[in-house]
Design a protein around this ligand. Structure first.
Ligand code: F7E
Length: 313
């Protein structure tokens, strides 16, 4: 589903999904979601729609709440209305299954490490707060109406298709630019933050597994390993024979008003109940992204993703 008029994402999407049918709708517009569900008559709905860049959520907190938080409620309502409460109480035939993309950002200032499905939430950004609402409302619709609604609490998942504003892609693009002589420095924020980074393809597989279980439950999806931004930078520069200390410049514009210092998943439940294991490790992921950006920038007249420069708070 895409929103808006002449949405530029459509042509990009076409390159990856071929002739898949694209429908219109907007997470801010309840009627459009009801129409979309009615039109498509889906077996499964995956809600990954969100304002997902954490710093933007301080700049547009209300919009983030509306899209990332209330958007989940609107999607659930669309499914409930189209399938009818009565029907959605009856598990099995005709039931529309719903997947909500919950986020490790809900753990925020973590209460324990590693984080599992029972770890309490303490979000640190308007984005994390909105995702927490989405998580609870999904749980509530499951409990209130018997809907088949699941949340995947996904830790950071990356690939060469990641937007240039997120740290892994920012680093892989920066390294490729410097290696090719197109730039000399890379400006970064907090190098001490630690994340559990995995490969997006592995995580998409987990989403489908969850939705195809017999019973709707929530799962934590991550690798169980954690690295700092500093380690990411060191590895990425090292993979092309460069020393990161010669190029990385600290820039306070990229630090956040409240940071999530440490995330590390405990994916035991997913391993045991879904049989899910990540296949791509951190080193392989970073190498894949740097190599992809070297290829991308080596091709002449290929418009590259814009480097991202935020406003001050
Ligand atoms: O930041 C630090 C930054 O923007 C990772 C989203 O997909 O994953 C993502 O959220 C860390 C943070 O992702 C820069 O302070 C340092 O600690 O790549 P990120 P995120 O905020 O963890 C979760 C699971 C989601 O749900 C989100 O939608 O890296 N960092 N220097 C920097 N980050 C950025 N972006 N740019 C820097 O220059």
């Amino acid at each position: 589903m895409v929103r808006g008029q002449a949405n530029p994402h459509v042509s990009r999407l076409r390159k990856h999904v071929g002739d898949v049918q694209i429908t219109t709708g907007d997470l801010l517009d309840q009627g459009s979601l009801i129409s979309a569900v009615e039109r498509v008559q889906p077996d499964e709905v995956y809600n990954l729609g969100a304002i997902s860049y954490v710093p933007m959520s301080w700049q547009q907190a209300e919009l983030t709440a509306e899209v990332t938080g209330m958007g989940v409620l609107r999607m659930l309502e669309a499914i409930r209305v189209v399938s009818g409460v009565g029907q959605s109480r009856t598990p099995g035939a005709g039931q529309i299954r719903f997947y909500q993309a919950s986020s490790s950002e809900m753990f925020g200032m973590v209460r324990e490490t590693p984080q599992n499905e029972k770890t309490p939430f303490h979000p640190r950004s308007p984005y994390g707060v909105a995702k927490t609402y989405g998580h609870y409302i999904t749980q509530n619709y499951r409990e209130s109406y018997g809907m088949f609604a699941v949340s995947g609490i996904l830790f950071n998942h990356e690939s060469p298709r990641r937007g240039a504003e997120f740290v892994t892609r920012k680093v892989s693009l920066g390294v490729a630019r410097i290696k090719l002589g197109l730039a000399t420095e890379l400006r970064m924020g907090n190098l001490e933050a630690r994340r559990d980074w995995g490969y997006a393809g592995d995580y998409a597989r987990a989403m489908r597994l969850m939705v195809n279980q017999e019973r709707p439950e929530d799962y934590v999806i991550g690798t169980g390993r954690t690295q700092s931004v500093r380690e990411l930078v060191e590895l990425a520069f090292g993979s092309v024979g460069l020393n990161w200390q010669d190029h990385v410049v600290l820039d306070s514009r990229y630090t956040r008003p409240a940071e999530v210092d440490l995330l590390c998943a405990d994916p035991k439940k997913a391993r045991e109940q879904l049989g899910w294991e990540p296949e791509v490790g951190f080193e392989e992921l970073v190498a894949m992204m740097v190599e992809s950006d070297l290829r991308l920038l080596s091709r002449s007249n290929r418009p590259e993703d814009e480097p991202f420069s935020p406003d001050h708070w």
